[in-house]
Design a protein around this ligand. Structure first.
Ligand code: SF4
Length: 231
């Protein structure tokens, strides 16, 4: 009888944890082949999008552990905010083909704002002036992409004209989670990839579609002891 190697056992474990749909979306005709390719580092877990659904959340975690034990994926480093040294649960990256996470704002201005406007504002609780391009406007709420400040502050050409709207309340963030997936309804600490201060934000996950998350109830005050940093 042939003795089972650790890799054989890991392959079986991975196969048992995969959805078993054999749909080919990952680029392999069968889940079994995908499991083998993972162990050979020919592919990555995110190619099977089903694994990011709520149903397979625990399987994904167990698959990560199998791949860590095989040194295929390394232990994740903690995500630490640079400014205050708080640990975040994950990084929030822009949606595919977008330049920054989407920020949903409650502007206090009475000025009429519309799609495509460039605005200058300061989020409540943040010392940094932001520049955003409005990509959506609904019932007084606006959704923006970050487009500054760096190059905008030094350029007053026509192209860089903006509306000054002062203080804004940040209501939500939408983006792609890099790291451990939370549950809907969970209060999380996260680092928006575009945050110029690299400051950890907190909020509540109100929608989760695979790795795409909508987080609301944003707060820049994070109540947790900072991680001790080496001097
Ligand atoms: S995408 Fe997932 S479910 Fe479909 S074949 Fe690949 S591993 Fe199996």
């Amino acid at each position: 009888m042939t003795k089972k190697t650790k890799s054989n056992t890991s392959k079986e474990e991975l196969e048992n944890l995969l959805p078993g749909y054999n749909c080919g979306i990952c680029g392999y005709a069968r889940c079994e082949e995908f499991a083998g390719a993972l162990l050979k580092k020919h592919t990555t877990l995110d190619k099977c999008s089903f694994l990011y659904q709520e149903l397979f959340k625990e399987n994904l975690e167990q698959m990560r552990n199998v791949l860590k034990s095989e040194n295929i994926i390394l232990e994740e480093k903690p995500v630490i905010g640079l400014l205050d040294g708080y640990e975040a649960d994950f990084i929030l990256k822009p949606l595919p083909k977008e330049s920054s996470c989407r920020e949903i704002l409650y502007p206090f201005t009475r000025e009429k704002l519309k799609k495509e406007d460039i605005i200058r504002y300061r989020p409540l609780g943040c010392p940094i002036t932001h520049f955003g391009k409005i990509i959506d406007e609904e019932h007084g709420l606006i959704t923006v992409h970050m487009v500054g400040p760096c190059h905008r502050l030094s350029d007053d050409s026509e192209e860089f004209q903006f509306k000054e709207i002062g203080l804004c309340m940040v209501g939500g963030f939408e983006g792609i989670i890099e790291g451990q997936l939370p549950n809907v309804g969970e209060t999380v600490r996260f680092l928006p990839k575009h945050c110029m201060m690299q400051k950890v934000h907190s909020g509540v996950v109100v929608q989760l579609e695979g790795k795409k998350a909508l987080i609301e109830g944003i707060d820049l005050k994070v109540w947790a002891p900072p991680i001790k940093r080496e001097k």
